[in-house]
Ligand binder design. Structure first.
Ligand code: PEP
Length: 249
């Protein structure tokens, strides 16, 4: 099955208004393959979402980097899915390892967030991935399956979910997974979905690779059959992001 490529730019907690102008300028100039073949989703820090909404080209979409587990209210510092929809931000990244590790988000909390965001009509990039220690103990398949199962237990449809496989040891380290390592985990995720959710979902769900993706390594990773795009951190702040968008051509 041919799945539409999806590339996300996760700016994390970086940038000033001047940086935003500079990045939007190169994004707006970037030559990308036909948007029938690729979807581009930019995830700036939340305060910059409105300015990107009004200055970013309309064929690129926007994501938040987090949202709350339910309806907004007395949850100081949080962002609700309703607010994001109200701002015309249709995507949200959930379960990023930095939030799981630094902010203690459990599999269950991530699953609750995914279920609520979907219920509000949002589209979700669900991150999963193992630590180096878990990989070395051969626990990668189990850890990733556990993270995905928590979500599968809470949602009815995978139509608006993209999975981002991001090995924690590769995030921000410059230590990218080999194309074979990425392919192996992506194929295992698809196998898990096939056995536990259904073959149609397994074939349709897009799985991005994330972790030190650059213009130099994206083509090889992107050529793997179960890699449907990338979630890019550091390199999404640089003009080379435009080259990553062209990994498949
Ligand atoms: C990320 O933040 O999702 C990520 C993959 O970061 P980097 O590309 O910098 O490793």
């Amino acid at each position: 099955m041919s799945r539409k490529l999806i590339v996300g730019g996760n700016w994390k907690c970086n940038g000033t208004q001047d940086d935003v102008k500079r990045i939007v300028e190169f994004l707006n100039k970037a030559e990308v393959p036909c948007t029938n073949h690729i979807e581009v989703v930019i995830a700036p820090p939340a305060p910059f979402l409105p300015i990107l909404r009004s200055t970013l080209r309309s064929d690129f979409n926007l994501a938040a980097q987090n949202c709350w587990t339910g309806k907004g209210g007395a949850f100081t510092g949080e962002i609700s899915a309703e607010m994001l929809m109200n701002l015309n931000v249709p995507w949200v990244i959930l379960g990023h390892s930095e939030r799981r590790t630094l902010l203690g988000e459990s599999d269950e909390m991530v699953a609750e967030k995914v279920a609520y965001a979907l219920s509000q009509g949002m589209k979700v990039i669900l991150c999963c991935g193992e630590t180096l220690e878990q990989r070395e103990k051969n626990e990668t398949t189990m850890v990733v399956a556990r993270q995905i199962k928590a979500v599968a237990d809470k949602i009815q449809s995978w139509n608006n979910v993209v999975i981002a496989y991001e090995p924690i040891w590769a995030i921000g380290t410059g230590k990218v997974a080999t194309p074979q390592q990425a392919q192996e985990v992506h194929a295992n995720i698809r196998a898990w979905l096939s056995q536990n959710v259904g073959e149609a979902v397994a074939q349709a769900v897009r799985i991005q690779y994330g972790g030190s993706v650059t213009a130099a390594n994206c083509k090889e990773i992107g050529s793997q059959p179960d890699v449907d795009g990338f979630l890019v951190g550091g390199a999404s702040l640089k003009p080379e992001f435009a080259d990553i968008l062209n990994a498949r051509i």
